[in-house]
Design a protein around this ligand. Structure first.
Ligand code: SF4
Ligand code: SF4
Length: 136
């Protein structure tokens, strides 16, 4: 008999399977212009988003898992991958925001990078001024 089982974890029953509708991947913070350009290029695709949570950077590729049925049931629940098994309420998308900052477009990412750069420069200028003139 083929069995189609809905995830039985508490909370999943009332969730539109958010964790099965996007692929989240940890990425390193972009530090060089090339690395920023690479992420900006990826954001040209409207299925891609970049977000920061707890200072860690992530890429989110929107798309529906091929093993999710039209009722949002996992059709391979008993043999779902370990990544899915590790994904549990309440530490999941269904409970509050999964991000502190979300970038949907290259422009949003660039604006954030520019703002961070200005903030760093300001901090450096303020800190750098403390060595001032020596008193004689
Ligand atoms: S693990 Fe979280 S996001 Fe995934 S179906 Fe369950 S409640 Fe929804
Ligand atoms: S394999 Fe199942 S639990 Fe994992 S993402 Fe796909 S539908 Fe969701």
């Amino acid at each position: 008999m083929s069995v189609t089982t809905k995830k039985r974890l508490q909370g999943c029953e009332v969730c539109p399977a958010r964790c099965c509708n996007g692929l989240e991947e940890s990425i390193t913070r972009p530090n060089t212009r090339d690395e920023v350009d690479e992420l900006k290029w990826q954001l040209h695709f409207d299925t891609t988003k970049i977000f920061i949570r707890d200072r860690r950077w992530h890429k989110l590729v929107m798309g529906r898992c091929r093993y999710l049925d039209e009722r949002d049931f996992c059709t391979i629940y008993e043999r779902r991958p370990s990544q899915c098994r590790a994904h549990n309420p309440p530490d999941c998308e269904h409970y509050g925001d999964i991000f502190d900052v979300m970038f949907n477009t290259p422009e949003e990412l660039q604006a954030y990078i520019d703002k961070e750069k200005r903030r760093r420069n300001r901090r450096r200028r303020n800190g750098g001024g403390s060595k001032g003139k020596r008193s004689r």
